[in-house]
Design a protein around this ligand. Structure first.
Ligand code: AMP
Ligand code: MG
Length: 505
């Protein structure tokens, strides 16, 4: 393995100092004929990392054919619950941690995904296919553009090397970064093996390096720092769930090993942004029971937090306190979701009164029921509603073109009219234009729909990566109009409904 002379990054290896029970040091497995598919210079610059990092000199490093100077590659062990069942030991089966590098956004862990097998591959090939790697790359960037906490994608390297899934595909390696890739499952692993010393080491690592706010939070929990840790994680998870639900995002595989301890969206697999609004929508073709259906996500997150709480219980040492911390989610999540949905209606600020919140929630619920009854396209509806508001001169003439644009989406127009009257009454004398402008910053024009990703994937299969670049650009600023790209914001084509996205990746 060739080493390059000087490192373009300043490394720390705090995770690597934890001890051998947490990981295995190993080398990536080289791939044939790597080529750049995408380089995220916007992210590179935000991190303050030098342009040289994504120059051809480092292509081999991001392919796993050479080591990035200063890196100390390892894969970690974790366990977890998959589809509600204890799955035992899992681990990074195809992710290689290069280490942590300083950046303008704080220290960032860097991972190569798909760089070959690890001791945790459990018979898998350690590879990721180009199809799923494009989806992961683009969706991390889409989530970031939406203001939702997520791992990020630094670059994507493609290789003609064949990879066997349902059919033969080709390999790719995504380089992804996050302040920490630790999962609920890392804690479950050491709790399950009753290695409480390692459990404590891991928790203390997180407290010291990733969630320092727990120190202050401990005051709320009788000075119990581990209760504070659980509290901060439940809070971040509640916020993430509220954001997912509001934007219509289905993760698809909310196993505890795919739950970030920092409340980030991680491990993009069979995810989907809703097309037609259907609370029962299941985006993962392998999820036959619908465990991870869209509307169930917030409850599943609670279930997962419960599993994390059980893992942390030996450190917290107090059942009652642990339960009390978890209880917080039950009031926090609905409140955050309510706020997120009210924001979609332009109802922000100065509205803390509980009765007002309840009334607003009923307005939201009735609208969602209406959308669900006709499977109205979620993203297009909210965007058209925002536009109608932004274009209204205060007369609320529902026969005007901008309102017809909204009502044209439904068959039951009388029901929508009634709802609009209620909404109008709620808004009162506020200027629709002002509210609409706020709504246009809250309801995105562009989301990474399955069919958009699919078009980029098909082109990439022919060596044309241009559509990935176009999508990245649109999704980095999804609230902007991007004239000339209307087709990327339209209702999905008929064939989109036939796309089946499974765990196969
Ligand atoms: P996921 O559902 O994609 O989060 O994966 C669940 C577990 O399977 C994790 O431990 C992954 O590392 C592992 N895994 C998934 N695909 C592969 C693969 N192709 N090779 C090795 N391990 C894999
Ligand atoms: Mg995973």
């Amino acid at each position: 393995m060739s080493l390059q002379a000087s490192s373009p990054l300043t490394w720390t290896h705090r995770l690597g100092q934890l001890g051998p029970q947490f990981f295995t040091r190993l080398q990536p497995k080289p791939v044939a004929a790597p080529a750049w598919a995408m380089r995220n210079t916007a992210l590179l610059h935000a991190l303050g990392w030098p342009d040289a990092l994504l120059s051809d000199a480092h292509l081999n490093a991001f392919a796993g054919n050479a080591l990035l100077p200063g890196s100390d590659p390892l894969s970690t062990v974790y366990s977890g619950h998959q589809f509600g069942v204890w799955a035992g030991q899992l681990g990074d089966g195809r992710a290689l941690w290069l280490g942590e590098a300083d950046s303008l956004l704080g220290p960032q862990e860097i991972q190569l995904k798909g760089a070959g097998p690890t001791p945790y591959s459990r018979g898998g090939d350690g590879r990721a296919v180009l199809r799923s790697s494009i989806r992961e790359y683009l969706c991390s960037e889409a989530m970031h553009g939406l203001g939702i906490a997520t791992s990020r994608a630094l670059c994507l390297v493609a290789s003609p090397e064949p990879v066997r899934r349902e059919s033969w595909e080709t390999a790719a390696i995504v380089t992804r970064i996050a302040p920490s890739f630790l999962r609920f499952g890392h804690f479950e692993h050491f709790a399950a093996s009753q290695d409480f010393q390692s459990l404590r080491l891991l928790a203390d690592h997180v407290l010291a390096h990733h969630l320092p706010e727990c120190q202050e939070r401990a005051e709320r929990w009788q000075g119990n720092i581990y209760a504070a840790l659980l509290d901060v994680v439940q809070e971040r998870t509640a916020r993430l769930m509220a954001q997912w639900q509001a934007v219509g995002f289905c993760h698809g595989v909310m196993n505890t090993d795919n739950m970030s301890l920092l409340g980030l969206t991680i491990d993009y697999g069979p995810f989907q942004f809703l097309d037609g609004f259907d609370p029962a929508h299941i985006c993962n073709h392998s999820d036959t029971q619908g465990r991870y259906a869209y509307a169930r996500q917030p409850n599943i997150a609670y279930w997962n937090l419960y599993a994390l709480a059980q893992a942390l219980l030996p450190l917290i040492g107090d059942d009652g306190l642990t339960e009390k911390v978890l209880e917080g989610y039950k009031t926090l999540f609905p409140r955050l979701l309510g706020d997120a949905m009210r924001a979609k209606l332009g109802l922000v600020g100065g509205l803390a009164r509980e009765d007002q919140r309840e009334q607003d929630w009923s307005l939201v619920e009735d609208l969602l029921q209406l959308l669900a009854s006709e499977r109205v396209d979620y993203t297009v509806f909210w965007r058209r509603l925002s536009q109608a508001m932004a274009q209204d001169d205060g007369t609320w003439q529902f026969t005007q073109a901008h309102w017809l644009n909204v009502s044209d989406m439904l068959l039951d127009r009388p029901r929508l009219q009634l709802w609009l009257e209620r909404y109008r009454a709620r808004v009162g004398s506020a200027s629709p234009k002002t509210l609409g402008e706020l709504m246009l910053r809250t309801n995105p024009k562009f989301v990474l729909r399955n069919h958009l990703a699919e078009i980029a994937i098909r082109k990439a299969g022919n060596g044309d990566f241009s559509e990935i670049a176009i999508l990245q650009d649109l999704l980095h600023s999804p609230f902007d109009e991007h004239p000339g790209f209307e087709s990327h914001a339209q209702l999905p084509p008929d064939w989109a409904g036939q796309l089946e996205i499974s765990c196969s990746s």
